[in-house]
Design a protein around this ligand. Sequence first.
Ligand SMILES: *Cc1c(COP(=O)(O)O)cnc(C)c1O
Length: 404
Amino acid sequence: MADQMKVTRATFNDVMVPNYNPAKMIPVKGEGSRVWDQDGTEYVDFAGGIAVNCLGHCHPAMVNALTEQGNKLWHLSNVFTNEPAIRLAKKLTDATFADRVYFANSGAEANEAALKLARRWAMDKHGAHKDQIVAFNKGFHGRTFFTVTVGGQPAYSDGFGPKPGGVEHVDYNDLAALEAQMSDKTCAVMMEPLQGEGGVISPDLEFIKGVRALCDKYNALLIFDEVQTGFGRTGSLYAYQQLGVTPDILASAKSLGGGFPIGAMLTTAAIAEHLKPGTHGSTYGGNPLACAVAEAVFDVVNTDEVLTGVKAREELFKSKLEELNQRYGIFKDIRGKGLLIGAELSDDYAGKARDFLNAGAEEGVMVLVAGPSVVRFTPSLIIPEADVLEGLARFEKAIAKIVG
Ligand SMILES: *Cc1c(COP(=O)(O)O)cnc(C)c1O
């Protein structure tokens, strides 16, 4: 390989658009649930690339799929189809409610396709008046202008001029508020079946069943954004499978590619019909390289061993966090499902989640936040027990530093 230019975190500020403010260190290598930076310092990874690296870093099944496909065929465009895409779609439809799949490159794009499909379905079937999309405060669906408008965080959607119209928001878990918004004009309800970015908020079972019933009553489509909850994260392939509520459209990304960019929108044959040839598309979506990697991830994740392993790791994680809380009294709630875990800081530390993230990094453990007061953990679904214990021991040192 040619000599590579030496770059540092300082170079970032000189060459990058300043929409991110990454950590001071630059990771250069990962293996399993461990990561090393430019200086050789090692970290336990509880962030998993924000719920993406579901098999950790450089899992052999993924590396094999990538190199094998990389030596065969990378890209064709959608003028041609390809074997990995068809195989992956077959596996996804066999394993879920869905009959049809549309591939994209990210979560936002999978959601964008879901929203456009819902609008097109409503127009075709019911008329142009049926255009209302109801979503939830604190929801997150991606950063395209349509998805950020449907997301319930004005800080992300304001300041860009006129937004796509016909979008309303109500509070999550407030069925009465949703009912008050809905009518025959409602085209779709979009929700996460466990809010991730918004603070790791689970749906009440009665609420989510009620959402389905209201969608049925008003002939509206139910769209589940499973970009974060999907692909084993909560202990089943998709979260809906443990909730007893089936959506009409489902968006998947993040863990789907295990680190290779890919998104997918899943739906039924009857709804899919409304995306006729030419109505929507993507140059890269369903690219053979991405689909070959995702197929390898699917084959590992969609097994009893991995899915029951998620539940065992959830119990270990939560019981260890409870122990930390008994010693330091810093959390007022430890919640979430599977390996999407949130620890809400007690009132004394409200608004300080980022301090815990930074202190963790200094002690050699990567964690996430979900809003100002929740520390979030989304590690690899196959993280070894020893790494959980070591990472939490390092996190305890970070806590001790902050508590003083
Ligand atoms: C991360 C996320 C998205 C956006 O995915 P991108 O790949 O960043 O576009 C959408 N919805 C949810 C629930 C997410 O967690």
